[in-house]
Every structure is written in structure tokens, then in C-alpha cells.
Design a protein around this ligand. Structure first.
Ligand code: MG
Length: 205
């Protein structure tokens, strides 16, 4: 099982990060299975960063084997989504970027891919292109987005990444974060929502 992530997929987030580049293709990176954090387990801030950020994202679960998937057939390859947190050691990522190094150690470390409970799209009652989601931290809304504002839509992402990686049942795709990323501290309570439906609920320790 692998976790495929798309970076810089919302213009509002790219603006807050001061990235001005116009992207012609998705920015893709991977997290290993050891990065998965689920079932409401706590997230422990690792010792190699002093600037741990949450990035709230819609996560799509692949439920069919595929390679070189055409965009128009991409909806056949997923049925369930959730909210996830792409934890990012921002200070480390900044250093790696400046040094021209790959991102992995700042984004793919243990427990850096928190996921909520998956729910079928038909239960949410909305198409994948219009999913509102948000994150509450300690009861206050700190980040919100809607999949309609993605630069590369879910089906485009699936078509693109499946040119390079065979998609397997159970693979996850983190689809990028909107504006509003921020720091987490010990004892913060994170709750992720799709619409008003709570999908994700855990503490930072
Ligand atoms: Mg992200």
C-alpha cells in the first residue's frame, strides 16, 4: 500500500507559501506505509523539528487496480474519501528546498499521514469536485477548503499519477491543502470535517 500526495494544489495555499510558479503538471511525492496514522491515535511531535504544521486535505482511497488510467474513467477507481492531515516539518522542508534536496524526511516520516474514517461519496451526496472540508483545532475552525478550488482535480491527478505508478487497491491519494496551514503544539485537539460530518478526531502529544 502506498500514499501518493499532491503538493501545491490550491492557489490560496501557494500564495501563503509565496510560491508564484504556474504549474503545468501536479507536484507529486510519496509517503511510505509507516507514515499512516489512523483510528484516532495521537500524533507525537518528533524531535527533529520545532515547526510542525498541519495541512488538511481530502484523501481518496483507490479501490481498483489500474495503470495509465484515462481521466474520464478515473471515477471508476475510487468510491470512498476522508479528511487527512499531511503533517509537515516546515523548518526542515524549508532547509531541504533551499538546499535543492528531496522533501521526504520533512513529509514522509512516521505518522505524518493522518487519516479519518472513509465514507462513500454517495453517502456524502456530493460529487468529488464540490466537497467542502475544514479543520477545527481546539474547537476553532482554522482551515477550510473546497475541492472545487483544486488546481488539478481528483480525476486529473489519478490520470497523471497512474502514468508513473500502478494504482493498487487500498492506495491513498492526498490531494493538496488550501490556505490556512499552521503550527501544531502538544495537546492540540484536531478534528477534520467534510461538510458538517466529522471524519477525523485526534490529539497532538
Ligand atoms: Mg500537503
Amino acid at each position: 500500500m502506498k500514499i501518493i500526495c499532491v503538493g501545491m494544489n490550491y492557489a490560496s495555499h501557494n500564495k501563503e507559501m509565496l510560491h508564484s510558479l504556474l504549474l503545468s503538471e501536479p507536484t507529486v511525492f510519496l509517503k511510505p506505509d509507516s507514515s499512516l496514522l489512523k483510528d484516532g491515535k495521537p500524533f507525537f511531535i518528533p524531535d527533529f523539528t520545532s515547526e510542525m504544521h498541519y495541512e488538511t486535505e481530502i484523501v481518496v482511497k483507490i479501490d481498483r487496480l489500474g495503470k495509465n488510467i484515462a481521466e474520464k474513467f478515473a471515477p471508476r477507481y475510487y468510491r470512498e474519501i476522508t479528511v487527512g492531515i499531511d503533517f509537515t516539518a516546515r523548518d526542515l522542508q524549508r532547509k531541504l528546498r533551499n538546499d535543492g534536496m528531496p522533501w521526504e524526511i520533512s513529509k514522509a516520516f512516521d505518522c505524518s499521514a493522518a487519516i479519518g474514517d472513509f465514507v462513500p461519496l454517495e453517502i456524502i451526496g456530493q460529487d468529488i469536485g464540490h466537497i467542502p472540508f475544514h479543520l477545527n483545532m481546539n474547537g476553532t475552525k482554522v482551515q477550510e477548503g473546497n475541492t472545487q478550488n483544486m488546481i488539478f482535480k481528483v480525476d486529473e491527478i489519478i490520470a497523471y499519477v497512474s502514468r508513473f505508478f500502478t494504482l493498487k487497491i487500498g492506495d491513498l491519494i492526498f490531494t493538496g491543502t488550501p490556505a490556512g496551514v499552521g503550527r501544531v503544539e502538544v495537546n492540540d485537539h484536531l478534528q477534520g470535517f467534510i461538510g458538517e460530518r466529522k471524519m477525523l478526531d485526534f490529539f497532538v502529544r
